[in-house]
Design a protein around this ligand. Sequence first.
Ligand SMILES: Cc1cc2nc3c(=O)[nH]c(=O)nc-3n(C[C@H](O)[C@H](O)[C@H](O)COP(=O)(O)O)c2cc1C
Length: 322
Amino acid sequence: MHKLSPVPYGSLVFAPMEGITDEAFRKTILKLYPEWDYLATDFLRVPSAGRYPTKHLIRHFGKELSEIGWVKDKTMFQILTSHRAFTIQMVKDVADLGYPWMDINLGCPSNTVTKNGGGSSLLLDLGALRTLLKNIRDNFSGRLTAKIRTGFHNTLEFEDSIKLLNDEGIEMITVHGRTRDMMYKVPAEWNYIEKAVKISQVPIVGNGDVWCVSDIHRMLKETGCHAVMVARGALKAPWIAQSYKQGVIEETAEERFRKIQKFFFEYRSELESENITDRGLLKQSKSVSRFMLDGIQNSEIIRRKLLLSQTAPDFYSIIESL
Ligand SMILES: Cc1cc2nc3c(=O)[nH]c(=O)nc-3n(C[C@H](O)[C@H](O)[C@H](O)COP(=O)(O)O)c2cc1C
């Protein structure tokens, strides 16, 4: 496995998002907004028995994108595992396919995942997590990173978890400033990101409630983090990395409408090139549009119309009329 060059200070990472950051979506982002320094696949659950066929792993990353070296270098392949899953086999399989960057999901809060011992629930037993991380590290020579919440029920073991990740060879840690129990109910606590920066030897990526360009500046300044990861804010404005790099702080509703149209024009053509059904196109487009009108005055009616549209042509005629 070739060695990736270090992540530069101030890098912007498009967050992993289940149901969103699939190949068509990432291709759209790469084409329209190359200003994103790094991207992520959404999580791939490690099977609890057996192994995935090679085709399945490649499809998760994206068949076409898997052929492009520089895309592989800038995209983390995220896995979601538990103590019962067949982790070592999958880690070896991902490594054998030449994906140079693996990210371990230690933050997923969903009940389905945590009741099976995955995602954020791995933070409940740091001893067992240490063993799991050792097994992964021993079998993956590429860049190994982790994405973490500040704890499960509380933050009592937050510092220990950061130290543990450092000890076990994790090369960069994304900290989402909320515990699992907080879900999304309270504002992200950036002071934990700052705390992680102070105790970690490896770079910390700050994550949580970055909604606009000035939040990116603020996150870097207030927490001292090395890079910033954006999830919902990047659904609101997939072009936020471009705005950040071009120094654009404010944009009018009119400018946003034009950007939304440009985004959906490209996204639709990516999905159609996969021969997606009309139903699939509608479903994906609705999911992706969830935050895009946020903050635009009087946009409630448009948002409702988009969500209620019954066919993809209906959805896209609303987009065209923006
Ligand atoms: C729809 C959706 C899907 C998500 N899927 C994942 C995922 O697959 N892996 C992951 O690590 N985090 C996932 N997250 C969490 C985000 O990556 C991020 O940590 C969280 O939303 C906080 O960042 P934000 O305030 O910028 O949204 C998801 C979030 C959303 C909204």
